[in-house]
Design a protein around this ligand. Sequence first.
Ligand code: SF4
Ligand code: SF4
Length: 394
Amino acid sequence: MTERGRTSYGCPPTRIAWHWTILLAVPMVLLTAMTMTQGQPLPKELRLLIPLIVSFVFLNAMFILMLRSGRIDQFRSPVFILYALGLVMMFIPNMLEVRGTVAIGAEEIVQGKVPFCHMVIPMTIIPAAFTRTIIFPGSMLEGFASIGTMLVLWLVVSIVLGRGWCSWVCFYGGLDEGFSRILRTPLIRRISPTLRYVPFAVLLVIVLLSAVYLTPTYCEWLCPYKSVTEFAAVTDARTLIQTVIFVALFVGLVIILPILTGKRTQCGLFCPMGAFQSFTNKVNIFGIRIDKDKCIQCGACIKACPTLSLDQTCLEKGSPRMTCSKCGRCVDVCKFGAVSMQIKGTPPGHPNLGRVLFVYPAFLVMAIMGGSMIQQGLYRIILLVTTGSLVGGS
Ligand code: SF4
Ligand code: SF4
């Protein structure tokens, strides 16, 4: 085991020379500039301009350091965490401005105005295949976070990144990841590996219940992230119980257990979307490879993996379990350069090629989605500081 624990970064494979790094970074700089400004001139108002410039510089600095250093997780994680915090900072004031409340009312449900979130994808598309019914009160193509837009995004990302979705794209994942990184040495060091199968059981149950009752079961009863986005207004005993469950799951799985274990417990031990996404790893071309000739079986990567996707069997097999979310932490912590991101089936020997080919689309999607959230989150903070309120700035 490493003497300093899970966040001790080792000596990753090989750095990329500065001139190649800059050359490779140019398209990312241009693409992020285009998407973050949406092709418009820079805003003149300082409280809009500052978040734009700060998030643009931050994202591209992280990408350049990721390319140059050979490390993945060290420069992915800060973006991913701020992305999730930005979502929360943005979502709640937005809903207050649009609806006057974060609670979903009967009117929004009847009119199909509930934003569609990727967590609902498994319980939407699997029952839809059998029942030909989309069991979600959202719009198919119109408005904020429509069902069609999210399904297309999910499909494209799944083909390119597989379960990389859970460490690069999921707009909630940075929350349990952020809390999991608070303690340098976790207080609970042993978690039963069998718990990694719980999300598959949750997936099976919610898909069956959704198909039978034609309601988004997970969304209605089990989603911890309802606590920081939106939930049905508490009007009776049923909605009160639902709200208590959401808050309890959020506090337990997203805050307390990640702090105590250093693991992403919502993502790795509960989330049915994560379990569902694991199957896409089977058809995705990128994967973590462990070079058995270089590995000295120190166990640092096993200890570091936030989703319990590595064990002794994986070291012998040369690859993680299908639940790997491609966060890259094992690549970073291995001091012997034994772990790399590779295109499956290619011969070993070019660790930077697979890494660059993977991190480019992964970071691009994270930058496009996360950049906007970080930007808007910063804007809300500036608004709070300058006006004393999170809402009503423009
Ligand atoms: S791959 Fe082998 S040498 Fe590298 S961190 Fe894992 S166990 Fe240690
Ligand atoms: S196996 Fe490696 S890349 Fe996959 S989740 Fe674990 S630490 Fe991250």
